[in-house]
Design a protein around this ligand. Structure first.
Ligand SMILES: *Cc1c(COP(=O)(O)O)cnc(C)c1O
Length: 372
């Protein structure tokens, strides 16, 4: 079976983790945490880095930093992971959706302005599968309507928008370092901010809102969302290799496109002129003309030894959110179409050219079979 994803772990990762073990600094303080926070923030062009236990809580804590009122509205794409929606609802805010844009699958920025109301306080752009959102229109609207911007850059480590790193464009940004992300710590996440107050608040919530100087006295409630030094040691070692990891992903993206572009019935990832795509996952969308949806296509690929994953299912199609009274009669046709017909192919950092050729062979064969 060709795995859909596999992390790339090198000598440095072993060395740094061993160093932690030998030193006894295996919990959530230590030099690797500090170095990882500082260097990740610097890499993305932000002032503060706050490491947390995963990307989901990074979003939840970042949302809390804005200190909005209950019921305030946050505009987000429907086509994303549930972590984005629940970061808003857990804080008592109200998610408001826009559809995906059909080329990059990121939020359709042309739909944002008409969703802005008196209650709108924030926009949450999510960069998708390695490709950035079109950020300038979002930042312009934020300025015009006095909104804050939370960027979810979990899928775009090192990707660029007009020459600037994703995760360095909004007021706050969030990352995941889950094992399938470009840089991994196993489980892990990070919040980046320029604003000192946001950083202070995020650090406090991450660590149970302990008060400096008055340790067991609490004026607010936080959580234990700490990352360990052991995890940060892996992250730092990965960060030192990030240029190579991104080069590998970009090779993969281009090589897949080269091999698949002449097959009719497939929509492939793009790279807009203003973007540097890092091809976190190589997604394909089947045209209706193919006659199979993604579930059926994935089954046939699986039978040929190729592991895939389906695309996200939009927030407006989530029963858990309907049960909260959200999005009950809303429809977003692009998101619905790509959720039904989209899947991603093996895209790991250890994927070989030979494996890619086998994946492409299987895709071609399945399409040929349906057509006959
Ligand atoms: C992976 C991911 C997350 C969640 O990160 P976890 O570390 O798995 O909790 C959030 N947003 C996006 C866009 C992601 O891809």
């Amino acid at each position: 079976m060709i795995p859909v994803n596999e992390p790339s772990l090198g000598e440095k990762e072993f060395e740094y983790v061993n160093d932690c073990l030998k030193s006894g600094w295996i919990s959530s303080a230590g030099k690797y945490i500090e170095a990882f926070e500082e260097q990740w923030a610097a890499y993305c062009g932000m002032k503060h880095g706050i490491a947390v236990s995963n990307g989901t809580v990074a979003l939840q804590v970042a949302m809390a930093c804005f200190d909005l009122a209950p019921g305030d509205e946050v505009i987000m794409p429907t086509f994303t992971i549930i972590s984005c929606g629940q970061a808003i609802t857990y804080n008592g805010y109200c998610p408001v959706l826009v559809d995906a844009e059909p080329r990059t699958w990121t939020m359709d920025v042309s739909q944002i302005e008409r969703k802005i109301t008196k209650k709108t306080k924030a926009i949450m752009p999510v960069h998708i599968y390695g490709h950035p959102c079109d950020m300038d229109p979002i930042l312009d609207l934020a300025k015009k309507y006095n909104l804050v911007v939370l960027e979810d850059a979990a899928e775009t480590h090192g990707a660029e928008y007009k020459g600037k790193k994703c995760g360095g464009l909004g007021d706050i940004s969030c990352f995941s370092f889950y094992a399938n992300k470009i840089i991994t710590t196993g489980e892990g996440g990070m919040i980046l901010a320029n604003n000192d107050d946001y950083a202070k608040k995020a650090r406090s919530i991450r660590n149970l809102c302990f008060k400096p100087g008055k340790r067991f006295y609490h004026t607010e409630l936080g959580n234990n969302f700490r990352l360990t030094n052991l995890q940060a040691a892996i992250g730092l070692a990965q960060l030192e290799r990030i240029d190579d990891l991104i080069e590998k992903k970009r090779w993969m993206g281009k090589a897949y496109t080269e091999r698949l572009k002449n097959i009719s019935g497939l929509t492939l990832p793009v790279e807009e002129s203003w973007a540097k795509n890092v091809y976190w996952m190589y997604g394909i969308v089947l045209d209706e003309s193919v006659g199979l949806d993604a579930v059926e296509f994935a089954k046939r690929l699986h039978a040929q030894g190729v592991e895939t994953r389906p695309f996200f299912l939009g927030m407006h199609e989530q029963p858990a959110l309907h049960a909260m009274g959200l999005f009950q009669n809303e429809h977003y046709p692009v998101s619905e179409r790509i959720a039904k017909n989209g899947l991603y192919l093996p895209s790991g950092l250890t994927l070989t050219e030979d494996q890619m050729d086998r994946v492409v062979f299987a895709v071609k064969q399945i399409i040929r079979e349906i057509k006959h």
